[in-house]
Design a protein around this ligand. Structure first.
Ligand SMILES: Cc1cc2nc3c(=O)[nH]c(=O)nc-3n(C[C@H](O)[C@H](O)[C@H](O)COP(=O)(O)OP(=O)(O)OC[C@H]3O[C@@H](n4cnc5c(N)ncnc54)[C@H](O)[C@@H]3O)c2cc1C
Length: 452
């Protein structure tokens, strides 16, 4: 059976129909946490509406390193429980979804790297937590890498396409009856006898709508503090924001068969080079910023990644950087070092509203189930959440991808297609330029607003 239509047309119908409905739950924010929560609730038969101010996955959930991983480096800080939970989720997603794939990492041993015994010990624990009983072997560099690399240890983790993971959860939620609205910004809320009435502004037309819901879940990631202000939350935790950038370079410069992790000679931080077909992504940085809008990538950040990479692969030219992208981590931690701040999510309830703060792509299912359990309890519903949320969505084979994005994945702008549904702006050598032209030819210039 084909997926149901999910397009700009159905979006307008859904917006118009809002006034006639009272939902069980309003989810604010369409990143990985919001989409996972909406998907879980919809699969439990709980009536759900999700509103996203821009496009789905337009926040941090399309600008991550795209790893589904346990966080090997967190072991250095003794965060064993966090790593164990992340590894469990990684393994579930590897086994049960099409969108998460294994990837082999090499940890390079260079004059600036960690000691071999540190890496070996870390990998023994990491593998054991993942129920892999393998002794990490040191492989000498036999010409696979430049001569500054003495050798490497290898381990397995997983990777995904973060924005497609979000879109898949959104489409799955839609398939299960959730109303999912992109370009719909939450602006204000009132409490009433039956729950809440929230004001929503259509970012495309400026029209105002009201959503009625019994329970509200705030999944606005780095914008959580702003949403809490709009909501009037009294107990606002300290949410710190840390910016991470990636640069995209041609894969041909590196000729890697696998991903690599190495230690920057500049500041001793761990960096990754991850191959994605024609290109590699190199990242990332970790610097506190004051606002989720502080997303302008500085020359210093790009130079730091280039300089760190150059120490191993020889002089890297800034002109070879195809593009770059930047994301803001929401961290719930008092640590003065963003690298040491926990990446674990917290869920809190204040005056009837549930807030999801922090977290990773990797553990979105745990956060989603935790929220769904709280919602079910409030609604007095008994529900088996075992295995939820599942991704009950697959693209129908053989269809033209651009038309499919418009008709079944509610793409509205060119960027929605090029960046978040097809990914060519960060996975191709021309940063999506030819795809943008193709879309214009395909749908006509006026039909899809060009924000790219
Ligand atoms: C550089 C970097 C690398 C990372 N790498 C990894 C990794 O490899 N693996 C991993 O597991 N995790 C990684 N993470 C962490 C992970 O990406 C984030 O924790 C996760 O994406 C946060 O998801 P979210 O849904 O909470 O927030 P977001 O994805 O930011 O979603 C919040 C959404 O809320 C919307 N919103 C805000 N205000 C409103 C409003 N008023 N009304 C409606 N909508 C609103 C925003 O537009 C946004 O789309 C990385 C993070 C960064 C920054």
């Amino acid at each position: 059976m084909r997926n149901p239509e999910f397009s700009e047309r159905t979006r307008v119908l859904d917006l118009t129909d809002l006034r006639n409905k009272t939902f069980d739950v309003l989810v604010i924010g369409g990143g990985i946490n919001g989409s996972g929560v909406a998907n879980t609730l919809a699969q439990m038969g709980i009536s759900t509406v999700l509103v996203e101010a821009n496009d789905f996955a337009s926040g941090t959930s399309s600008t991550s390193s795209k790893l589904i991983h346990g966080g090997l480096r967190y072991l250095q800080q003794g965060r064993i429980r966090e790593v164990r939970n992340l590894i469990r989720e990684r393994d579930y997603l590897r086994r049960n979804t099409q969108i998460v794939k294994d990837i082999e990492f090499h940890i390079l041993i260079t004059p600036d790297s960690w000691h071999r015994w540190e890496i070996r010990l870390g990998l023994v624990i990491y593998n054991l937590l993942g129920h892999r009983i393998t002794f990490p072997i040191f492989h000498r560099n036999r010409g696979e890498y430049p001569s500054v690399v003495r050798g490497y240890f290898s381990y397995l983790d997983a990777m995904t396409d973060d924005s497609r993971l979000v879109i898949s959860n959104i489409c799955s939620a839609h398939n299960h009856g959730a109303v999912c609205l992109n370009y719909a910004r939450f602006t204000a809320i009132e409490r009433n006898e039956s729950g809440f009435s929230a004001r929503i502004s259509d970012s495309l037309t400026g029209k105002e709508y009201v959503v009625h819901a019994k329970i509200v879940v705030n999944c606005t990631g780095p914008w959580a503090a702003e949403a809490m202000k709009l909501i009037g939350t009294s107990n606002r935790p300290d949410i710190r924001l840390s910016r991470g950038i990636h640069i995209v370079m041609p894969a041909g410069i590196f000729s890697l068969k696998n991903a690599i992790a190495f230690r920057s000679h500049v500041d001793g931080r761990q960096l990754f080079i991850i191959p994605h077909g024609e290109v590699v992504h190199i990242g990332t940085t970790d610097n506190f910023v004051g606002s989720p809008e502080d997303r302008e990538i500085s020359k210093e950040e790009v130079n730091y990644l280039l300089e760190s990479t150059s120490a191993i692969f020889g002089k890297m030219d800034a002109a070879s950087v195809i593009t770059s992208f930047c994301g803001i981590r929401p961290l719930v931690s008092e640590s003065s070092d963003p690298g040491k701040a926990t990446r674990e999510f917290s869920v809190l309830r204040d005056d009837g509203i549930i807030h999801v703060l922090g977290g990773k792509l990797t553990d979105y299912r745990i956060a989603s189930r935790k929220v769904a359990g709280m919602v079910a309890k409030s609604l007095g519903i008994k529900s088996d959440m075992d295995g939820l949320p599942k991704i009950d969505y697959e693209r129908d084979a053989g269809d033209d991808p651009v038309q499919y994005d418009l008709d079944y994945e509610c793409a509205i702008t060119v960027d929605d297609i090029v960046r978040r549904r097809e990914g060519s702006s960060i996975y191709s050598l021309d940063a999506g330029a030819s795809m943008k032209k193709e879309i214009e030819r395909h749908v006509g210039k006026g039909d899809v607003e060009n924000q790219g």
